[in-house]
Write a protein that binds this ligand. Structure first.
Ligand SMILES: [Zn+2]
Length: 269
């Protein structure tokens, strides 16, 4: 309970200062906290390339956070539509993985072999390319998010743009919590990947993991995807939303923010 009060105070501070949202921050914050104080944010990755499930995700009866890849065919269209429907928009920044093909990264990706200047330019260009973006998370990135030099540059640019970072946690070796705390960048971390396996059964099982997480935590961030699993993930979410609403309040990431030092580090389930 003590922690919740602390988080609430931090949220009021953040909402009223960093983003200058309209309305009374205190009222907004009060409305976002349920009786038992739990918050659930659904983040959907890989928008920007007219991916399968895009409409279904935007039409879910709750607010989500849309992670949109820069420099793609429908980057601007998807970001505009998400914003119009009241969802948060963040930049889904392509970052080099330890394994996997470079083609999967998409344009403008960050590689650990790049110079400081090149990394800075790519992050800045990506932010400019995605309209309405208020934060950033990583697409892939198991190699980059474990690299202190690279993440220090990425997070510096994030901070200069008054944005927050969501660590997708594609590696246990992530240095993001350390560097974000050092630089004072607001940080959130992914707790549950919903659809690594593209079956209804697996996705429903991950909703079970999410519910379990909420039994012992005040906040839960869950990441799903448009693309191959898109329609399935959207269908499972749509069906589960009434039940999930009994356990937590659906929030956008901007409503869940607390200083990085307050966020516990929980490995992916
Ligand atoms: Zn992705």
């Amino acid at each position: 309970m003590k922690r919740l009060v602390w988080v609430s105070a931090a949220m009021i501070l953040l909402l009223s200062s960093a983003w200058g949202r309209t309305g009374n921050a205190q009222e907004e914050q009060a409305a976002a906290i349920t009786a038992d104080g739990r918050q659930l944010a659904i983040v959907i990755d890989d928008f920007g390339n007219n991916m399968t499930g895009t409409e279904e995700m935007f039409d879910l009866p709750v607010h989500i956070t849309a992670a949109v890849m820069p420099f793609m065919r429908t980057t601007k269209q998807d970001a505009e539509q998400a914003h119009k429907k009241g969802h948060d928009v963040i930049v889904h920044m392509p970052m080099e993985p330890n394994q996997g093909k470079k083609e999967w990264l998409g344009p403008g990706a960050i590689l650990t072999s790049m110079s400081d200047e090149e990394i800075r330019k790519r992050v800045q260009d990506a932010i400019r390319d995605v309209p309405h973006a208020i934060g950033m998370n990583n697409h892939m990135g198991s190699k980059v998010t474990a690299d202190e030099r690279v993440m220090r540059i990425v997070l510096s640019v994030v901070k200069e743009n008054n944005m927050f970072f969501l660590d997708s946690r594609t590696t246990f070796k992530t240095v993001v919590p350390k560097i974000a705390a050092e630089l004072g960048v607001p940080l959130l971390s992914n707790h549950v990947f919903l659809d690594d396996v593209y079956t209804m059964r697996h996705i429903a099982g991950q909703i079970g993991v999410l519910k379990k997480h909420l039994e012992s935590n005040d906040v839960c961030v869950a990441i799903g995807h448009v693309g191959a699993p898109g329609k399935k993930t959207a269908a499972v979410l749509k069906e589960q939303i009434p039940q999930l609403k009994e356990k937590a309040t659906f929030v956008r990431l901007s409503e869940m923010l607390a200083p990085s030092s307050e966020k516990e580090v929980i490995p992916n389930p």
